[in-house]
Design a protein around this ligand. Structure first.
Ligand code: AP5
Ligand code: MG
Length: 216
């Protein structure tokens, strides 16, 4: 099973990719997470990526494609993948097709989560995660059961993403509209694009995704 989750910042790509990954036992490959790991490890790529991410701009195709290609070449990606945040440009979409074709593989589903801007701002201004295990939360929609304590690992340390600030978020939204949305026709022409109302409650969105991928 090879799935791409597409959608603007805050659409729920990471939330649902994580759940599908557990359900179907295939890795969740998120280009944003890979870049953040490089930043944490202070690699050359991490420093380069940070200079774009801090402004809400896309990291150049060449480095993004090569980073994802390396990840997809790892053994755990052999049986399937849930891609989150990649591809984000037509160049990246074409490169992904070539990578898969070389192994006689293809994408089964491209699922677009549709969410309006007002909702995106509300979601990202309330988003935080556990510093220790990475579990994601939202102040209003999915707070920890016990305030200030991570449900998963009981840590009391939480962090917010620096690119969720209002100014950077505006640029991320523009990048989505001006660059990423252009790949929708690419997948639509191939006949594998499906859209879901990402404004619905999380469980409902997840059920919709599950219906689309069940049987795979
Ligand atoms: P990336 O990390 O991919 O960020 P993004 O696409 O901007 O998306 P987010 O992670 O903010 O949102 P999400 O859709 O995952 O939503 P989530 O599930 O967290 O990229 C960051 C940066 O890296 C980019 O700006 C760029 O610079 C660079 N980059 C990454 N990939 C690149 C690429 N391929 N090429 C070039 N540059 C790249 O949900 C958000 C919140 O909403 C959470 O709190 C969640 O609990 C809540 N929520 C989710 N669903 C619902 C719901 N149905 N109802 C209520 N709340 C909900
Ligand atoms: Mg995400």
């Amino acid at each position: 099973m090879r799935i791409i989750l597409l959608g603007p910042p805050g659409a729920g790509k990471g939330t649902h990719a994580g759940t599908i990954s557990q359900l179907k036992n295939v890795p969740h490959v998120a280009s944003g997470d890979l870049f953040r790991k490089h930043q944490q490890d202070q690699t050359e790529l991490g420093v380069l990526a940070a200079s774009f991410m801090s402004k809400g701009e896309l990291v150049p195709d060449e480095v993004t494609i090569s980073m994802v290609e390396q990840r997809l070449g790892e053994p755990d990606c052999g049986q399937g993948i849930i891609l989150d945040g990649f591809p984000r440009t037509t160049e990246q979409a074409k490169a992904l097709d070539i990578m898969l074709k070389e192994k006689d593989l293809r994408i089964n589903h491209v699922i677009q989560l549709e969410v309006n801007e007002e909702e995106i701002v509300e979601r990202l201004s309330g988003r935080f995660s556990c510093t220790d295990c990475g579990m994601g939360y939202h102040e209003k929609f999915s707070a920890p059961a016990n305030k200030g304590i991570c449900d998963k690992c009981k840590s009391t340390n939480f962090t917010r993403r620096s690119d969720d600030s209002p100014k950077t978020l505006r640029n991320r939204l523009s990048a989505y509209k001006e660059q990423t949305a252009l790949i929708l026709p690419y997948y639509s022409t191939k006949g594998c694009l499906k859209s879901i109302d990402g404004m619905a409650e999380m469980d409902i969105v997840f059920d919709e995704i599950k219906k689309m991928i069940d049987g795979d």
